[in-house]
Design a protein around this ligand. Structure first.
Ligand code: PLP
Ligand code: ZN
Length: 371
């Protein structure tokens, strides 16, 4: 059964969105029966589809590492969920595979997505692997270089003139293509796996989530809610949604108590989280209020600094994935030495242009003098 994540109305007439404009989601899973000796972390019951070996490219089950240097620096226990090791180097794969299963169940032979980055790569990869024609809609002003990884998977890429925020909504009116967009209900189901994995390892006090469309945030929160509702855990962490200052429509809406409005032109290095009109933004705001979470917008320089710090704690991530660590100075007053804080490191740094570097030079015969 699907229900609107915003107005709570049951709506089974549409696949993606409610008549109020809110995103539809599957009802929370209830009815988990704890069996003797059964480890709940297998959590198969919680998903709309079971995945076989042939379905999967090995998404999920990523490491949760203790960030030694950053933990010492902030006087907390900081853990980094390393999503860079997914098949297409971002967490998007966790949701894409369930979207594909849905498309196959409904009998589609074409799938699509609206993205220029990590989600497009993920959908193109899984579409190719499952033998589906894949259409990627991008904005007509996209730099060609950005399409490298995506194009290798062989999708049809169509550059569309017009407002990019509007493209998401237009795509949902195309009948013969199943669109696995950023907050597709089945994509959200896949993202729950991150909550399950974290909760099986750690009683987290805070979970920090880089937030753009809001799909990731919703998936993590829904995962935790299902764990509570099935008596597997008895309290949830504090959720923190983070955006870059140069594109923070959801943060602005949360702070001002207003509905999410179009941001205009994004201006941030955190490209993967720069959706100017997040389709699940209002749901993120609603959930933050309901669960007493909070939201932070971080500065460009702090994002780059955080990216470096994360590298020194073992993960090479993209700027969008560093915003969680960049937000820590804003959050520390709410934390202490016993806090167990998880920051989601959502995508790999190898996917984006690295910062340029200056290196020392040396003559091979005078190496010693230079050291
Ligand atoms: C997609 C993405 C996000 C944000 O996810 P949303 O579901 O759009 O909120 C964060 N980080 C990276 C690297 C992403 O690709
Ligand atoms: Zn609704």
């Amino acid at each position: 059964m699907t229900r609107c994540a915003l107005c709570d109305k049951i709506d089974t007439s549409n696949e993606y969105r409610c008549s109020c404009g809110g995103p539809l989601q599957l009802d929370h899973f209830k009815g988990y029966i704890k069996k003797e000796g059964k480890i709940w972390s297998s959590h198969r019951d919680f998903f709309p589809y079971n995945l076989s070996k042939e379905d999967s490219l090995g998404e999920g089950n990523t490491p949760l590492i203790r960030a030694k240097r950053l933990s010492a620096k902030f006087g907390i226990n900081l853990y980094l969920k390393n999503e860079t090791v997914n098949p297409t180097w971002s967490f998007k794969d966790r949701g894409t595979i369930l979207g594909i299963k849905r498309a196959l169940e409904l009998g589609y032979d074409k799938i699509g997505t609206v993205s220029t980055g990590n989600m497009a790569a993920s959908v193109a990869c899984y579409g190719a692997y499952h033998g589906l024609r894949t259409i990627v809609l991008v904005s007509s002003d996209i730099p060609e270089g950005k399409l490298g990884q995506i194009s290798l998977y062989g999708p049809e890429i169509i550059a569309v003139d017009g407002d990019y925020g509007e493209l998401y909504h237009q795509s949902l009116n195309i009948d013969d293509i199943y669109f696995i967009n950023s907050d597709n209900p089945y994509r959200i189901e896949g993202y729950k796996s991150m909550a399950f994995e974290i909760a099986s390892e750690l009683d987290a006090s805070h979970v920090i989530i880089p937030t753009s469309s809001g799909g990731l945030f919703r998936g993590i929160v829904k995962g935790y809610e299902e764990l509570i509702q099935n008596d597997i855990i008895d309290h949830i962490p504090r959720f923190i949604a983070v955006q870059g200052e140069g594109c923070s429509p959801t943060h602005r809406a949360f702070s001002e108590g207003e509905p999410v409005k179009h941001w205009g032109c994004p201006n941030t290095i955190a490209k993967a989280i720069s959706n100017p009109f997040p389709p699940s933004g209002d749901v993120v705001v609603k959930k933050l209020k309901e669960l007493k979470g909070t939201s932070v917008a971080v500065k460009e320089d702090d994002i780059l600094e955080a990216q470096k710090s994360i590298a020194r704690d073992g993960i090479y991530c993209q700027p969008a994935s560093a915003v969680g660590v960049a937000a820590l100075p804003h959050l520390i007053k709410d934390m202490d030495r016993s806090s167990k804080v998880v920051s989601l490191v959502t995508g790999s740094g190898i996917k984006v242009k690295a910062p340029s570097v200056k290196v020392k030079t040396a003559d091979i015969n005078k190496l010693k003098e230079k050291m």
